[in-house]
Design a protein around this ligand. Structure first.
Ligand code: DP6
Length: 336
């Protein structure tokens, strides 16, 4: 009886909950040096964005791995990807047992918004903390990166950079500036709520088939110091120009891969053109991830003007407004 009770107590202590926000990359990560370890081919810089959040509770000590996301049991490849990460953490802690994971997203699933960044950042923090590990932010970013490259950056609040080293230990994220540094608005226009047909995971594998990849990597290396200084000096026009240029450069790699990847929809292109038309009066710049949805970046003074223009064309429920958010954090309110 006493043994049973003590094991219950141990398992209670082996539970932890963490939350993390998603992020939007200004210089994007596209393509891996090593696919299995998600060692990126190029460095990337992003802004962690609130309110898009994943909350995850992990409890170690079960006989099998069980994973639930937004109330549904996760099976197949989705589960395998999470289990691979849990196994890595379990071995690091030298723990012999499996875990139960329950996770919820604050944003509706199936909106085409990437939840892997917030998801794997929250998982890295919750699962390591539940095993009593006190990892540095850098170590957490490496663990999160194994699950999803962009997740490494969601460990930090505000602006962060993911390095592209030659080994896993050299490929980590670090913070460039905290969330309080600069008030930026990111208005996301949901062009399509459909699940994408080619995942980022498969897309990254195609990057090397594009003839233009080496020139993209050269331009990323040129733009990195410029973007870092745009962030530090709060130069919005420079940041916006780099954001547009880099997302177009990433999409040109996708379009010229073999087979080609076309994430853009006619409406995506329509918004891109309109933003350019509005630009003399409204400071707003677009960036687009691996999907058709558009992120419009603006500053407080121009937010209302931009929203008025957008709402003439799109419905309110197609918009999500984000602001700079904090890095991954723990919570005492468990999901089970
Ligand atoms: C276009 O991090 O989603 O959003 O590692 O397979 O999960 P996986 O890929 P992911 O790729 C991000 C692609 C991007 C650009 C970026 O966020 O840097």
């Amino acid at each position: 009886m006493l043994r049973f009770l003590s094991s219950k107590i141990i398992f209670f202590w082996m539970k932890s909950t963490a939350c993390a926000h998603s992020n939007i990359a200004i210089i994007k990560y596209w393509g891996n040096l090593v696919d299995e370890e998600r060692i990126p081919l190029n460095p990337s810089i992003s802004l962690t964005i609130s309110p898009l959040t994943t909350k995850t509770t992990v409890r170690w000590g079960s006989r099998t791995y069980r994973v639930k996301l937004d109330g549904k049991t996760v099976k197949g490849d989705g589960k395998d990807r999470i289990v691979r990460n849990l196994e890595r953490i379990r071995k690091l802690a030298n723990f012999d047992g499996k875990a139960e994971v329950v996770s919820i997203n604050s944003f509706p699933s199936g909106t085409g918004l990437a939840s892997s960044a917030s998801g794997f950042a929250a998982l890295a923090l919750a699962s390591s903390k539940a095993l009593g590990m006190k990892l540095s932010r850098r170590e957490l970013s490496i663990l999160a990166r194994y699950g999803s490259g962009s997740a490494a950056r969601s460990i930090y609040g505000g602006w962060s950079e993911l390095t592209a080293g030659e080994t896993s230990q050299e490929s980590y994220a670090f913070q460039l500036a905290p969330e309080s540094h600069w008030q930026i608005h990111d208005i996301i226009i949901l062009v399509s709520k459909k699940e994408k047909t080619v995942s980022s995971e498969d897309g990254h594998k195609l990057a090397k088939t594009s003839d233009f990849l080496s020139s993209r990597i050269k331009s990323v290396r040129r733009n990195l110091p410029l973007l870092r200084s745009a962030i530090i000096t709060r130069d919005f026009d420079l940041l916006g120009k780099i954001a547009e240029k880099d997302s177009l450069s990433m999409h040109s790699i996708m379009l010229t891969s073999d087979p080609s990847l076309i994430y853009l929809e006619p409406e995506t292109v329509e918004i891109m053109k309109r933003v350019k038309e509005w630009r003399p009066w409204i400071k707003a710049y677009f960036t687009i991830d691996a999907g058709p949805n558009v992120h419009l970046l603006t500053i407080p003074h121009h937010r209302e003007k931009l929203l008025r223009k957008i709402l003439k064309i799109y419905d309110e429920n197609q918009l999500i407004e984000c602001v700079p958010g904090r890095g991954a954090w723990t919570s005492k309110k468990h999901l089970f």
